[in-house]
Design a protein around this ligand. Sequence first.
Ligand code: PHE
Length: 444
Amino acid sequence: MLDNRPRFATRFGVIATTVGSAVGLGNIWRFPYEAGAHGGGAFLILYIACIAFIGIPVVCAEFVMGRASRLNIFGAFRTLAPRGGRRWAVVGGMGIMASIMILSFYSVVAGWTIEYLWQSVAGTLADIDSAGRHAAFDTFTGGWRCVMWTIVILALNGVIMLGGVQKGIERASNWLMPVLFLLLVVLAVNSLLLPGAADGLKFFFTPDFSSMTADDVLAALGQAFFSLSLGLGTMMIYGSYFSSRTRLVRSAATTAALDTLVAITAGVIIFPAVFSYGAEPSAGPKLVFEVLPDIFNHMSGGSVWSSAFFLLLLLASLTSTISMSEISVAYFCEQWRMKRRTAVVVNFVLVASLGTLCALSFGPLAHRTVFGMTFFNLFDFVTSNVMMPLGGMLISFFTGWILDRRILESELSPTPRAIVRGIAFSLRYVAPGAIAIIFVNGLL
Ligand code: PHE
């Protein structure tokens, strides 16, 4: 174990970094369109149940493994599993590959937010009418400009990563997260004041389980996983930087609560606006990029609101990309003994190359497919539907069944025994079982 490993300096820093990882495109871009497509209020309730009964225990499992080993996911499995953990290390290897692949396509979408921010500030976004919005989105995502923005995101990410754990990641999160919360509140208040806001709120907060299907349940569980950054070792690497005094269960619950609060606030921003201007809540992934600009266009001071919104999305995604990079950078430093600077550069080169393939998947490389999918779709599919759930299932199985029970209990203390038992029960039965169901269904 490495004793000179960095630690997050403050309790605020612990929460800012873990919430920084969890809150991202998943909350503000993905959550509203998933909720819109899967029944609004009923989806919200299912999502909250998945976060509470499966998400929080798996975050605890990652924290426990990280802090007990003080290593990256690969090293953690090797030290914590019996007999050198050669087999379990494969799960670690999968997490590292997944983090590189997720970052490759996630930075493309994060790059889109820079373009929309740019156009909002320049006022050109307001020049396009509803009819031209779809074509404008297609033209932009089909060109080379989005490659440039992907590289810009990765460069910004690299600069923060070079600063290291305390001066880079923690300091950036300490600044970015409060700004993000402030922007969210301002945008939510603005949406609540729109005429017709009540219809949007009704759609979002009134559950109707009568038309609920198994598919909606799976969507809620998948969303909970994506949103809490689970299954790759993100929370594990951050847990490895916690001090021995950090309370794991409390931190996991706070992270999950704030992450959910942001998702709900994103819904409160988006649905009143969607209903107020007669848009479709089930518009899918384009909800944020095609529907919202249109809505902003109808509002007074629209370009100010749209600039604020896309800035929010950019900041949120940036802190998430940092947590993805830290998985592989820590792995290169700890397992391959690279200097941090070298590791950051290696990671940048790898992700920038794969990210370029993903960015071009909507234009020049749209016809290059692997298993019938573009690079972007392939990376998204393989990570979200295979690697994340499989990783999450194995991490919970490992901490529930294989890891020495004393390690689990001592890392989780001081927490009331009943809660520790509940977490252990979920890690043994509920989480692996439920995840196995999404995994199988995701592949069908
Ligand atoms: N949780 C992040 C979001 O909601 C995405 C993410 C996934 C971050 C995996 C890190 C690892 O946008």
